[in-house]
Design a protein around this ligand. Structure first.
Ligand code: SF4
Length: 172
């Protein structure tokens, strides 16, 4: 495993603070805040977009269809969630009501900006060796604001303030 110096107590305090957050409008419609899953001492952090319906219900990131695909990919690479830390760009579900259905949507720039301090503090406490950003919102938050997933995915970024190695891919 990676850096054994992660301040787990500070991370728990941050989680407690996040669970109470009402900094953006998503607080009004969420069921649960989805802070993180996995091992805070892990060298690899995976950052996704935001919680969907199943994550909102369970409070755990990547447990829906995308999560099952992610778990399969981890197993194919001889990993489980014990070997990675998983979190999201925003910690509360973003969705629109369309007819009788609630449809997930990407977080707005304002929502991502409001939640950004939580992600930044999380990454600074964990100090991973590698960050894998899944999708454009995560890449915009961690790598750079104008990140273009179609052009820049698969490229290593080695000048990042949160980890020595950062890469992005499509969201599963
Ligand atoms: Fe707070 Fe982030 Fe949830 Fe918005 S999405 S209420 S900033 S925790």
């Amino acid at each position: 495993l990676g850096d054994a110096m992660t301040d787990v107590d500070a991370l728990e305090r941050l989680r407690a603070e996040c669970l109470e957050c009402t900094r953006c409008g998503l607080a009004k419609t969420r069921t649960k805040v989805v802070f993180a899953d996995g091992n805070p001492q892990a060298p690899l952090v995976i950052v996704g977009e935001g919680p969907g319906e199943e994550e909102d219900r369970s409070g755990v990131p990547f447990v829906g269809r995308a999560g099952r695909l992610l778990d399969r990919v981890l197993v194919e690479n001889a990993l489980t969630r014990k070997w990675v830390y998983i979190c999201n760009t925003v910690k509360c579900r973003a969705y629109n009501i369309e007819g009788a259905r609630a449809r997930n949507r990407p977080p707005s720039a304002e929502e991502a900006e409001a939640c950004r301090p939580f992600l930044e503090r999380q990454l600074k406490l964990i100090r991973p060796v590698v960050i894998l950003c899944l999708g454009a919102p995560a890449s915009n938050a961690v790598i750079h604001r104008d990140f273009r997933i179609t052009q820049e995915r698969g490229k290593w970024f080695t000048d990042n303030p949160f980890a020595p190695w950062v890469i992005a891919s499509w969201h599963p």
